[in-house]
Design a protein around this ligand. Structure first.
Ligand code: ADP
Length: 242
C-alpha cells in the first residue's frame, strides 16, 4: 500500500483487463483426489488451490472431542513453489492465523450436531498464489466437504472486494491486494443469506464498505452457481477421478 503503482489503464480497465465488478476466470472441479474422502480444485485467475477433507472420524485424543458436536480442524498451507520467491514450507504465522479464520468461517456451514465426538479435517493447499487465496481456498473447501458427503446447511463461496486507486473492485488480484487502499474478504451463503467470513484491512468509507459488500454478494452468488454446476458434474459422472 502507498507505493506509486498504476492499477488502471487509460480506458479504465484493471491490470488484468477486467472491469470493476468482474471476477477472474474460475474453473472448479470436485472429486479430484482418490485418497481423500472429499476433494475439490479451484483455479481463480492465477490462483491454483486444492482442498481435501477427511471425516467425520473419532476425535483423538479424546479430550479434544465434544459430546454434542463434531469439531473442525483446518490447515491452510501455501506450497513452497506457490510464490515467485520460494516460500518456507514451515507454517508461517499468517498460515496459522488463516487456518483458524477459515475453520471459523466453515464451521457455521456444517451440521456439526449430527456427529458428536468426531472430527473433520480440512486441508487447503495453495499450489499457486495470486491474491485472494483464503477466499478461493474457502470456496474449494466447502465443495470438498460436500464431496465427502458431510451434511451442510448450504454452500458458501468467498470473494475479496476492496478499493484500488479510489475505485471499488471485485476479486482483487495480487497487485490490487498489495497496492490498493483496502481489501475485504467475504464468504456468503445464499441459502442462509448469511455471511460467515468478513475481514478488512486498509481504509474505506461507510458508503464504500456498503458498495463493496453488495458487489461481493453479487459475485459470490455467481460463484455459488459455479459450485452447484461443479457438484452436478461430479455426481452425474458417479466415479472418482484418480
Ligand atoms: P490472500 O491470498 O487471502 O489475499 P494475503 O492478503 O495475506 O492473503 O496475501 C495476498 C497475496 O500475497 C497472496 O495471495 C500471495 O499471492 C502473496 N503472498 C502471501 N504470502 C506470501 C509469501 N509468504 N511469499 C510470497 N507471496 C505471498
Amino acid at each position: 500500500m502507498g507505493e506509486n503503482i498504476t492499477l488502471f489503464s487509460e480506458d479504465g480497465k484493471r491490470t488484468d483487463g477486467r472491469a470493476l465488478d468482474e471476477l477472474r476466470p474460475i474453473k472448479i472441479k470436485v472429486g479430484v483426489l482418490s485418497n481423500a474422502q472429499g476433494s475439490a480444485y479451484i483455479e481463480q485467475g492465477k490462483n491454483k488451490i486444492l482442498a481435501a477433507v477427511y471425516g467425520p472420524k473419532e476425535a483423538l485424543p479424546k479430550h479434544i472431542s465434544l459430546p454434542d458436536r463434531c469439531i473442525l480442524r483446518c490447515r491452510y498451507h501455501m506450497a513452497p513453489f506457490s510464490t515467485t520467491e520460494r516460500k518456507s514450507p514451515a507454517p508461517s504465522r499468517r498460515e496459522i492465523e488463516l487456518s483458524m479464520v477459515l475453520r471459523n468461517a466453515l464451521e457455521p456451514l456444517v451440521m456439526t450436531s449430527l456427529f458428536p465426538r468426531t472430527v473433520i479435517d480440512i486441508f487447503i493447499e495453495v499450489l499457486q498464489a495470486d491474491g485472494g487465496t483464503r477466499c478461493a481456498g474457502l470456496t474449494a473447501a466447502v465443495l470438498a466437504l460436500a464431496d465427502a458427503g458431510i451434511p451442510l446447511k448450504g454452500l458458501a463461496a468467498a470473494c475479496a472486494v476492496g478499493k484500488a486507486d479510489g475505485k471499488i473492485v471485485v476479486d482483487l488480484n495480487d497487485l490490487e491486494d498489495k497496492y490498493g487502499e483496502a481489501d475485504m474478504p467475504i464468504a456468503y451463503n445464499p441459502t442462509l443469506d448469511g455471511i460467515t467470513l468478513l475481514q478488512m484491512d486498509g481504509i474505506m468509507s461507510k458508503e464504500e464498505v456498503e458498495q463493496a459488500l453488495s458487489l461481493a454478494i453479487t459475485a459470490t452468488q455467481k460463484m455459488h452457481k459455479m459450485q452447484v454446476d461443479a457438484l452436478r458434474e461430479r455426481f452425474s459422472v458417479q466415479r472418482r477421478e484418480t
